[in-house]
Design a protein around this ligand. Structure first.
Ligand code: SF4
Ligand code: MG
Length: 326
């Protein structure tokens, strides 16, 4: 799955106003088979807007989405959308909201299997049980008969994962799949996602504000700030040797293992309702200079595949952490 220079803005200030708030600016990335890419950003950074574009629940103002090299935005209509959903599945934050309370677990899974032509008739029950077992919901015969309210939060999220798997997708977009689960349950669901990626070669875009989960799960990380990708690279590079001032600030602000992006960093968030002409982080950056307010920094490659969008990368280099936290 490949995103190329995705832009999305929304109108603000009522219907007489022509003002638009830019939510995503030139977002590009690629996700390979069997890979987990974590999209990390604080509330309001554009994560869910990006998820909606990739799920084709919304359309970008400009940019392309490619799946297996094919431009998916060029094809519209019910058949194209069903075909896309057969390859790209979503797992949402709130599993309770995404399951229908009047239907059993089995019904949800059967519906996906039938709709995407993956099984029918007598085959259905066997497939439902196999799916439940693959996500660790056993005994499958009993779990299949339950209704969503009879399950725990973690079990519901496993059903949502099973439903996505029923379709045999190439990609799963998981938008904060564990943020409503308690810490002990979270680990299990993350482990499940990781196992599935490896076993079945599914690519997972894991959207999160939880750095500990990203570190635990992802092969690569993409850091989104105010709708722009500011840093991307292998998880070990980005989280152990962050180069962008924003990523450094996040990592210095937060003890390991704590949800840190649920609440945006205080104070200056409100000053960036829209990315300005220059660097979106300039109002909060301890290293900002004139250039930062005037021009959008380009991407730079300090090491192979470790991209950073910061003017300092092209000149004197980013000062060390002590300077960032002062
Ligand atoms: Fe800070 Fe300037 Fe780098 Fe933006 S471009 S992160 S304002 S130093
Ligand atoms: Mg969100």
């Amino acid at each position: 799955l490949e995103a190329s220079r995705l832009n999305r803005s929304f109108p603000v200030g009522g219907f007489l106003s022509h003002a638009r708030r830019k939510v995503l600016t030139d977002v590009s990335f690629s996700l390979e088979r069997g890979e987990i890419l974590a999209l990390v950003g604080e509330s309001g950074s554009g994560k869910s807007t990006l998820a909606r574009l990739l799920a084709r629940l919304d359309t970008p103002d400009s940019g392309d989405i490619l799946l297996g090299g094919e431009n998916v935005l060029a094809r519209e209509g019910g058949a194209a959308s069903l075909a896309y959903r057969g390859r790209v599945q979503m797992v949402f934050q709130d599993p309770f909201a995404s399951l229908n309370p009047v239907h059993t677990v089995a019904y949800h899974l059967e519906r996906s299997l039938v709709r995407h032509g993956r099984a029918r008739g007598v085959e259905l029950t066997r497939r439902v049980h196999a799916l439940l077992e693959s996500v660790g919901l056993t005994p499958a015969e009993q779990l299949a008969k339950r209704y969503p309210h009879e399950l725990s939060g973690g079990q519901r999220q496993r059903v949502a994962v099973a439903r996505a798997l029923a379709v045999e997708p190439d990609v799963i977009i998981a938008d904060e799949p564990t943020s409503m689960l308690d810490v002990s349950t979270r680990r299990g669901v993350l482990q499940l996602l990781k196992g599935l990626t490896r076993e079945r070669g599914i690519g997972i875009l894991f959207i999160t504000h939880d750095l500990a989960s990203a570190r635990h799960l992802a092969d690569r990380v993409l850091v989104l700030y105010a709708g722009s990708v500011v840093e991307t690279g292998r998880t070990s590079d980005v989280l152990q040797a962050p180069r962008h001032p924003y990523t450094r600030l996040l990592l210095s602000a937060v003890p390991d293992g704590v949800d840190f992006l649920r609440t945006p960093l205080p104070a200056r968030v409100a000053t960036v309702p829209a990315p300005p002409l220059g660097c979106a982080f300039a109002p909060r950056c301890p290293h900002a200079d004139v250039r930062c307010h005037e021009a959008l920094p380009p991407f730079h490659l300090p090491a192979a595949e470790h991209h950073v969008r910061c003017h300092l990368e092209s000149s004197k280099g980013v000062p060390d952490d002590a300077a960032v936290s002062s």
